[in-house]
Ligand binder design. Structure first.
Ligand SMILES: C[S@@+](CC[C@H](N)C(=O)[O-])C[C@H]1O[C@@H](n2cnc3c(N)ncnc32)[C@H](O)[C@@H]1O
Ligand code: SF4
Length: 404
């Protein structure tokens, strides 16, 4: 869609096609952060007993009669400082206070879940999300992966991924991650413009990001992803284009371009950013249209609502080849896409059994107090954390969303 046609003009002069401008006027309402469907408010707690039943029911067998493999998600909800735009489930805490108890609780919950799932299950995908998982020290990440291998059997070609903040992630972290098997990495970049960075309290010089990216490449991660956000204070089509062009020049394998979710009634720290500097909706749409054009002209394919992948990336290839059969699935957690072939036959339950528990830990971890209560529950041997998606027609356990 061209942004050159006549239509509404935004505050900073963004020009939109008139039909798009009228759609915007009609649907310009605050909503949940739309990174997956169903969105977060559709998820509710269920009882420990129902959680047990759900976990047991995930023993789906593949054609060879083996229990289907799993994809796992582990949430490390901590950061040492808060970015003002942040909409994630994060606890800001000094490392020495919370990381050891949280690790012990994770260990306990992994064992409980393994017990419910039955025999040692195969794993095709593991993702560590946050917060910032490299809040943990390299030695703690080694422990976590050792426990993982004790409880689960990883396929030789399993995707093992992590999301990191380059500002706090050390060279030693990166080396350790490679040593313990991580083969995919996702780094937050957001915006390279220094004025935007200062305003949102996320100062990450371009040189630091570039060095970090090069080290990831040198260490041989199979896939490197960058996260950007459009809609932050002081962004314009022109300013964000500079970030996008630099990212294209670096050539990460995948890029997420998130629409900034401004939800100060849920995340009061967002009020500390100057509201008058936020781009208005039509400027945001113009930024996204321009960004899409730049990435697609630059050798990337648009996937879903906010992702781009190099045209030879497995995800882009899968999307092209399987456009008719719709086999690219999107998950409600941080490693959002997977080609169904990689899911070892179980596209729904198996894939989401463990993630929901640990994602639940995140959802309940908005304060240090709740983390403590999570830790106590896990220590007491209770499956204390559980989320389930409740549809109008009833309960639907943890199914990954499939485009139809
Ligand atoms: C858990 S963070 C990624 C890892 C690390 N904590 C970092 O910030 O670099 C996940 C991503 O969510 C995105 N994000 C955070 N808050 C957001 C918001 N309010 N709206 C849209 N995207 C947001 C950012 O792009 C961020 O990189
Ligand atoms: S580092 Fe990432 S998770 Fe932590 S506050 Fe910033 S955006 Fe949120």
């Amino acid at each position: 869609m061209s942004t050159e046609r006549s239509g509404a003009v935004g505050r900073r002069g963004a020009r939109l096609p008139s039909e798009l401008a009228s759609l915007l006027a009609k649907y310009d309402r605050p909503g949940p952060r739309y990174t997956s469907y169903p969105t977060a408010p559709a998820w509710h707690d269920i009882s420990a007993e129902d959680m047990r039943k759900a976990l047991r029911s995930y023993v789906v067998e593949d054609e060879a009669g083996r229990a289907a493999a799993l994809s796992l998600y582990v949430h490390i909800p901590f950061c040492q400082e808060r970015c003002l735009y942040c909409g994630c489930n994060v606890v800001i805490a000094p490392r020495d206070k919370v990381s050891d108890p949280y690790m012990q609780a994770l260990r306990r919950e992994m064992q409980m879940i393994r017990t419910e799932l039955g025999k040692r299950r195969r794993v095709t995908q593991l993702h560590l999300g946050g917060g910032t998982p490299t809040y943990l020290q390299p030695a703690q990440l080694e422990d976590l992966m050792r426990w993982m291998h004790e409880d689960f059997e990883f396929e030789p070609d399993a995707e093992i991924s992590i999301e990191v903040d380059p500002v706090v992630t050390t060279d030693e972290h990166l080396r350790t991650l490679r040593q313990v098997g991580f083969n995919r990495i996702s780094m937050g970049v957001q915006d390279l413009d220094p004025h935007v960075q200062e305003t949102v309290h996320r100062v990450q010089p371009k040189e630091l990001t570039e060095r970090f990216y090069r080290l990831c490449r040198d260490l041989g991660f199979d896939s490197v992803n960058m996260d950007l956000i459009y809609g932050l204070p002081h962004q314009s089509v022109e300013s964000f284009a500079r970030t996008v062009d630099q990212v294209i020049a670096w050539r990460p394998d995948r890029i997420a371009v998130f629409n900034y979710a401004h939800v100060p009634w849920i995340k009061p720290h967002q009020e500390r950013m100057p509201a008058e500097a936020l781009p208005e909706p039509r400027e945001k749409v113009a930024i996204f249209l321009d960004t899409t054009r730049r990435f697609t002209d630059g050798g990337y394919e648009a996937i879903g609502i906010d992702h781009f992948a190099k045209i030879d990336d497995a995800l882009a290839v899968a999307r092209r080849e399987d456009e008719q059969s719709h086999v690219v699935a999107r998950r409600p957690v941080a490693a959002p896409f997977q080609h169904r072939e990689l899911q070892a036959g179980d596209e729904s339950g198996g894939a989401a059994a463990c993630p929901s528990c640990w994602r639940g830990a995140a959802a309940r971890s908005r304060s240090g107090k709740l983390v403590r209560s999570y830790s106590l529950k896990a220590a007491a041997g209770t499956l204390g954390i559980r989320l389930q998606w409740v549809t109008p027609s009833g309960v639907r356990p943890n199914r990954s969303h499939q485009r139809r």
